[in-house]
Design a binder for this molecule. Structure first.
Ligand code: CU
Length: 286
């Protein structure tokens, strides 16, 4: 009995230690300003959605650790207690109603406990009620195009810059683009995502957004950046031969910088025809 109590205590401290270690690894990754060599966690988050994703991840990590250590403990217990040397005649027990009910009901309860915050988070990141502006994203083989319906409806394509140019200009290889998305810090941005050919997926880890770009369908998400900077993402739905070469670059700037960029962009991209909903909206306004 004492052995069991002692091993229980040991198990408890092992759980606490494993959790603390995992948390520290995650925090270390999350506090780093950029991507680092040997980084384990994802890039740091800069939106409320990503913050909630991170804390949900921490909760799951604790639950997973406890379950894993519990199962390992049970295994170790039966392996030691019922080993052939001290237990030469195997028991013929086949059923135990109470145990069977418990090991069916308990996992169900755990799944329900995980599903509640999971669905809450899904609905939270699904859409926003009060958007300050809209960014429309369209996936193509193999680049992204963006439209700004609230800033006059200009539109532009965003292509990856060639590798040699990126190296020469000290830009991010395979991540920097000719025309990055520019958005203001602090504003609530509704993101509408669609596609023109095959399925793509607009994935921006720092914002916690990962949304399919599907032809004939408009998916929605939202972002509210808390920090200025440049954030990178990639298409993460296998979409053809150049799938790894359609990166996403988002520049988050101050409201004033955004306004002056939008004024310039409106002139620069004036010859680009807006499409889809933006075109309809502009036609209706005239
Ligand atoms: Cu793609």
């Amino acid at each position: 009995m004492q052995l069991i109590r002692r091993s229980g205590k040991l198990l408890g401290s092992a759980v606490a230690f494993a959790n603390a270690a995992l948390m520290m690894l995650w925090m270390q990754a999350a506090s780093a300003a950029e991507r680092n060599d040997w980084q384990i966690g994802p890039v740091p988050g800069v939106t409320p959605v990503r913050e909630r994703i991170d804390s949900f991840h921490h909760e799951l990590m604790i639950i997973i650790t406890i379950i894993t250590l519990f199962v390992m403990g049970l295994l170790a217990y039966v392996m030691i207690k019922f080993r052939a040397k001290v237990h030469p005649v195997a028991t013929k027990t086949t059923h135990n109603t109470l145990l069977e009910v418990v090991w069916t009901a308990l996992p169900v309860l755990i799944l329900v406990a995980v599903a509640i915050p999971s669905f809450k988070l899904l609905y939270y990141e699904d859409r926003t009620q009060h958007a300050d502006m809209t960014l429309k994203v369209t996936g193509h083989q193999w680049y992204w195009s963006y439209e700004y319906p609230d800033q006059g409806g200009f539109a532009f394509d965003s292509n990856m810059i060639p590798e040699e140019q990126a190296v020469k200009e000290h830009k991010e290889r395979l991540l920097d683009v000719d025309n990055p998305v520019v958005v203001p810090v602090g504003s609530v941005i509704r993101v509408l995502i669609t596609g023109t050919d095959v399925m793509h997926s607009w994935f921006l880890p720092a914002a916690g957004v990962q949304e399919y770009a599907v032809i004939g369908r408009t998916n929605e998400s939202w972002m509210q950046f808390t920090k200025e900077g440049t954030y990178y993402g990639e298409c993460n739905q296998i979409c053809g031969v150049n799938h790894p070469f359609m990166p996403i670059a988002v520049k988050v700037v101050s409201k004033a910088d955004f306004d002056s960029w939008a004024a310039d962009a409106k002139k620069k991209f004036a010859t680009n025809e807006p499409t889809g909903e933006t075109a309809l909206r502009l036609a209706a306004a005239q």
